[in-house]
Design a protein around this ligand. Structure first.
Ligand code: NAD
Length: 457
């Protein structure tokens, strides 16, 4: 059997070696899921919910240890790992609270002996190919509602968060989800590719645009459900009437939380020329205050990057920006220690000729660009192929709505950023993806409609 080597990104040291899958075992595991799914779909919803409720309780019972594993393998600061696990609980509660209503038979018309009803059938066997940056969030957004609605899930955690993926499988199985109904497969891109090529009924992918485009090309002709939650280059605009101290503090966190490795990290900031200088000063001061260090230390805010290769991307973006006239206000270099470390970096005097303002950085680096007003801000915010989130800071709600209503993004933020709610759909436009998770629509998405046309006589 192949193996997967797991490294600690904070030190570069090898942690463990996991048994991995290959194309043959992926096929066997998918066949197992296929055979197990009908009985799971026939299991009363109350029992499926009871399994997920036990899974929630198991997460609570093991929260500290699960957080430590996540921090060990992806380098996420321990407090942020705990935040993620606690956030998962709220999402599970939302799904548990709303699946009954989504799955209830709806009678939409009844007249003259003719009745029209709507039911929701599970898709069947779905593949969940996941990312490492928030494995509990982006995984849970898929496998929890997929299981509740009666699907079997073949789950491929990222190769960078496979220990966490195996914990998720262990806890679901211990909570009563049959081993054939939630099936982990372990490995990198080749295992993901083998999985999406199986006889499955849906692909739910979270990851980069580049991989999403490959999956879309491979899955397209098979006419199965496809959802892609991809990257972003999320912009924010700070208006001239904004509370500068509050905006700087909020945006520093939005840009640097999880070392900037969030799909909805703030990646570009536009600031009105009247407040540009004080904003930059306040922003740099806020970022300078972040504690960089051992991610297992409760005091740490900024740890290493999960992926060593991203250091080259960040270095290239800084070099490109400098060559085109940007000023490095803070950071700009790798940190000289074992593991994948990069200084929190703030660039100003940037523009859209620079890669740092166009390509996803996915690291602790941000460009701040001066703009003359709302029109220019809207034009620049829309100057991207992505469309995940966008924000505006101003006390004037009408102004914020006027700007955000013209920005192409699935989620828009007034005086906040880097925020996801289980009650609202999470979706991207353009290269940020297709489909959605979360909200009641994010439960329904794991089903297909059965339209009943019933004449009683
Ligand atoms: P990635 O695309 O490198 O990998 C994602 C997953 O796809 C991994 O499990 C990987 O093994 C697998 N994979 C790789 N090649 C494959 C192939 N050819 N066929 C099938 N599977 C394959 O992305 P990543 O580095 O894990 O995640 C970071 C990216 O994810 C960023 O772009 C980020 O913005 C995005 N993301 C988006 C959201 C969202 O909700 N929109 C959430 C989290 C992360």
């Amino acid at each position: 059997m192949p193996h997967l080597q797991v490294f600690n990104p904070a030190t570069g040291a090898a942690i463990t070696e996991l048994s991995a899958d290959d194309a043959a075992s992926v096929a066997a595991k998918t066949a197992l899921a296929r055979s197990a799914q009908p009985a799971w779909a026939a299991t009363p919803l109350a029992e499926r919910k009871a399994c997920i409720a036990r899974f929630r309780a198991a997460i609570v019972a093991e929260l500290d240890a699960l957080a430590q594993t996540l921090t060990l393998e992806v380098g996420k600061p321990i407090r942020q790992s705990k935040n993620e696990l606690n956030g998962l609980l709220g999402r599970i509660d939302f799904f548990l609270g709303h699946t009954d209503a989504v799955l209830a038979t709806q009678t939409v018309w009844a007249e003259g002996g003719m009745t029209e009803q709507l039911d929701h059938d599970p898709l069947g066997v779905v593949a969940n190919v996941s990312a490492w940056n928030y494995p509990y969030f982006v995984g849970g957004n898929v496998f929890v509602p997929a299981l509740l609605t009666g699907n079997a899930v073949v789950y491929k955690p990222s190769e960078l968060s496979s220990m966490t993926g195996l914990h998720i499988a262990r806890l679901l199985h211990a909570s009563g989800v049959p081993v054939g109904v939630f099936v982990p497969v372990i490995g990198g891109g080749a295992v993901g590719q083998a999985l999406v090529e199986q006889d499955i009924d849906g692909v739910f992918f979270t990851g980069s645009y580049a991989t999403g485009a490959k999956i879309a090309a491979s899955v397209g002709p098979r006419m199965i459900k496809l959802q892609l939650e991809l990257g972003g280059k999320d912009p924010t605009y700070v208006c001239d009437d904004a509370n500068i101290a509050a905006a700087a503090e909020s945006l520093a966190d939005g840009a640097m939380y999880n070392a900037g490795q969030s799909c909805c990290s703030v990646e570009r900031i536009y600031v009105h020329e009247r407040v540009y200088a004080p904003f930059v000063h306040a922003f740099v001061t806020a970022v300078r205050g972040f504690a960089v260090g051992d991610p297992q230390d409760e005091a740490t805010y900024l740890g290493p990057l999960a992926r060593a290769a991203q250091l080259d991307v960040l270095e290239a973006q800084v070099a490109d920006a400098k060559a085109r006239g940007a000023t490095v206000r803070l950071g700009g270099h790798r940190i000289d220690r074992p593991g994948n470390w990069f200084e929190p970096t703030v660039l100003t005097e940037v523009d859209h000729t620079m890669a740092v303002m166009r390509d996803e950085s996915f690291g602790p680096i941000i460009g701040i660009q001066e703009v003359r007003g709302d029109e220019e801000a809207v034009r620049l915010m829309n100057d991207t192929r992505y469309g995940l989130t966008a924000g505006v800071y101003t006390p004037d709600e009408r102004r914020a709505r006027a700007v955000l209503g013209r920005v192409q993004a699935g989620s828009v933020y007034w005086n906040c950023c880097d925020r996801v709610s289980p009650r609202l759909p999470w979706s991207g436009r353009g290269h940020s993806g297709i489909g959605l998770t979360l909200s009641t629509a994010g439960i329904e998405t794991f089903t297909r409609p059965r339209a009943w046309h019933l004449r009683s006589a």
